[in-house]
Design a protein around this ligand. Structure first.
Ligand code: F3S
Length: 642
């Protein structure tokens, strides 16, 4: 039986597991990328592994999210990432060089390779035929250290694109149509693989718009074949040698299929407040627009910007509209400056922003109260723009530019003939804002501002695990209880010791102090302990405080995985009623802990204070057992590398 494209790349990189949907596999990672918001943690984690140089074919650290430097924190993060990258063999893309996904596509993406990025829109790389997956910072740190990436083998859904787009209908409308059909949950556990004669007319940046927003489907990733169009793009980037042809086998099988007739598509918009709340622009009607924002990793390519410039040329932005434009990269911005398109934008009244995420990550340009904002971005969740009452519509650059002129949501077909922009034969290539790592890292001194603190690392499991029950909490404790996240604490994401001072304080303000005074111990939890967001800090803060194990009635799945990654033993009561047999400050002991954990799921915790044995379950895979024995994932990866 033939393989589809996704299966071919997975097979090529498979380390363990069976390629059967739903079973755990691990794959080798060729490239990694980080952005600054998640990057500081990823590099602190990498440093904690003690591996001198990254083992990937290429790793790149981008600064594109927190580029505002109103206080010292962001600038400190940039300096830290720049120096730590140089030391450990990672390329560093300076602030101003562009948005990670746009720059990676232009300068680093290679068809057929695997890319793991600490950003959810990493699947943008699927536009050039990569298997590009977004993951947590810890997964990326492990991949940089040469460790495999574990995931459940996804199903593969083929999206067949037939025909060709009509004038003024764009790649953005294709992905909005997929979102309309499948919904924001429709891609979960799946890879979306594009096929059909319609793909031939889509350039690499257009394909990347589609794979980028595959993240909004919840998909593992999305991918296009690597064909002559891909080759032309790479050639224009001076990277023809990186090209390989990639296509599915003739008799490839797919788990699902949908067909989209491109000729029938019309300009679409995702209405507030979800990317799948999609309707035709002509049906939404001419609503008044207050702000238009063009850019983001979804729609900031050279082609996008040239179309916008052509629409704006000789016109003026409507007096009631604020138009902001952020070209996706230095390459794009340079080319717009050189060919005069930038002048057309400025002359029309556009406000030009730095090549960075900008308003997409809430770095400025929050809309006015109750404003309607048209954005070429990928997400329009309530409040993401920085203004809770704003109504954000996601649209193509063409709709955005047309509406900026008219002041109302405009179907661009009303403008007459669509601008025809050709893919340049040669992009302007100047990688001076990508700094290569030092050839020998040993001499590089890593600069750590006051906010960059070493990452907590556990010790290998001891034979006797003992300590007090330091806190006893009710059912449904969330990761927000365990590690509160608010505007005041957010700048301290690289300072786990400071954050730990707030661990579980919504339940008991004295918990951190008690934990430190006792040199660590145990947490006793109710049902569904650790529900809510997936934040790793909810396991790192307890680790910082010396927590050795959590005994609960049940765990939320992701938090349990994060505990294991930190080497904290997650235990569930065999008999839930035993929850009542442990009180705060009881002395608990696990004898022969290593043996007990190796031997299987049921282990005994002695409550010395009450004189009672409590049976608990530790349900771990073989790999997780080894992680607990090693004292967490970082130690485990280090051991595997020795
Ligand atoms: Fe940046 Fe927004 Fe993309 S934050 S990486 S432009 S989704």
């Amino acid at each position: 039986m033939g393989l589809n494209l996704a299966q071919k790349i997975i097979k090529e990189h498979l380390i363990s597991g069976e390629m059967k949907p739903g079973s755990e596999i691990s794959i080798r990672i060729d490239q990694t990328l980080t952005q600054d918001s998640t990057g500081t943690m990823a590099y602190l984690q990498f440093e904690a592994m003690g591996i001198p140089r990254v083992k990937t074919k290429k790793s790149v650290a981008y600064i594109d999210h927190n580029t505002l430097q109103a206080g010292f924190e962001n600038a400190d993060d940039h300096k830290y990432i720049q120096t730590v990258a140089s030391k450990h063999g990672v390329y560093f893309s300076r602030p101003g060089n562009g948005i990670c996904h746009q720059v990676h596509l232009e300068r680093f993406g290679v068809p057929g390779m695997t890319l793991l990025g600490s950003d959810s829109h990493t699947p943008t790389g699927g536009g050039i035929g990569m298997l590009a997956i977004g993951a947590g910072g810890l997964d990326v740190a492990v991949a940089m250290g040469g460790g495999p990436y574990y995931m459940m083998m996804p199903k593969v859904c083929r999206v067949v694109l037939k025909g060709a787009l009509k004038p003024w209908v764009t790649a953005k409308d294709i992905i909005l149509e997929v979102l309309r059909r499948l919904s924001v949950k429709g891609g979960v556990g799946k890879i979306i693989e594009y096929a059909g004669d319609g793909i031939k007319s889509l350039t690499v940046p257009e394909r990347a718009t589609i794979t980028n927003m595959g993240a909004e489907l919840g998909a593992t990733t999305s991918i296009f074949p690597s064909d002559e169009v891909t080759k032309e793009f790479l050639k224009a980037q001076g990277r023809e040698n990186d090209w390989v042809e990639l296509k599915p086998d003739e008799d490839a099988q797919y788990d699902e299929e949908i067909v989209i007739d491109l000729d029938e598509l019309e300009p679409l918009a995702a209405q507030p407040h979800s990317p799948d709340n999609v309707a035709k622009v002509k049906d939404i009607g001419k609503i008044k627009v207050d702000q238009v924002a063009i850019g983001s990793c979804t729609n900031s390519s050279y082609m996008d910007m040239m179309k916008v410039a052509a629409i704006l040329k000789g016109k003026k932005v409507h007096p009631d509209v604020s138009l902001v434009i952020a070209p996706g990269s230095k390459q794009v911005l340079t080319m717009l400056a050189q060919n005069g398109a930038l002048a057309d934008m400025v002359s029309a009244g556009a406000r030009i922003l730095e090549s960075a995420c900008g308003p997409c990550i809430g770095m400025g340009q929050a809309p006015a109260t109750d404003a309607v904002s048209l954005r070429t971005f990928n997400r329009n969740f309530e409040g993401r723009s920085g203004t809770k009452s704003a109504k954000v519509y996601l649209v193509s650059p063409e709709i955005a530019a047309a509406s900026a002129i008219t002041g109302v949501l405009t179907d661009p077909r009303e403008l007459g003939e669509a601008p025809k922009i050709d893919m340049p034969e040669k992009f302007v290539i100047d990688d001076s804002m990508v700094l290569a790592p030092a050839p020998e890292g040993a001499d590089v001194e890593v600069v750590r501002g006051p906010n960059i603190k070493p990452f907590p690392v556990n010790k290998a499991l001891e034979d006797k695990v003992s300590g007090k029950a330091l806190i006893k909490v009710e059912d449904n404790i969330t990761t927000d209880h365990i590690m509160p996240s608010n505007a005041k604490l957010l700048p301290f994401r690289s300072n786990v010791p400071y954050l730990a001072e707030f661990c579980l304080t919504p339940c008991d303000p004295d918990f951190p102090k008690r934990a430190k005074e006792n040199g660590g111990g145990f947490i006793i939890g109710g049902s569904n302990y650790g529900q809510g967001s997936s934040r790793e800090h909810a396991a790192l803060a307890p680790l910082q405080l010396g927590i050795k194990g959590v005994i609960a009635k049940s765990f939320a799945r992701i938090h349990m995985a994060n505990l294991i990654n930190s080497g904290i033993i997650p235990m569930t009561f065999e008999n839930e009623a035993d929850y009542d047999d442990i009180d705060m400050n009881d002395e608990l002991v696990i004898e022969n802990a290593k043996e007990q954990i190796k031997n299987g799921s049921s282990i005994v915790v002695k409550n010395i204070t009450k004189g009672k044995d409590i049976k608990v379950n530790v349900s771990l895979s073989q790999r997780q057992v080894e992680m607990i024995l090693a004292g967490g994932l970082l130690n485990y990866t280090r051991q595997q590398n020795q």
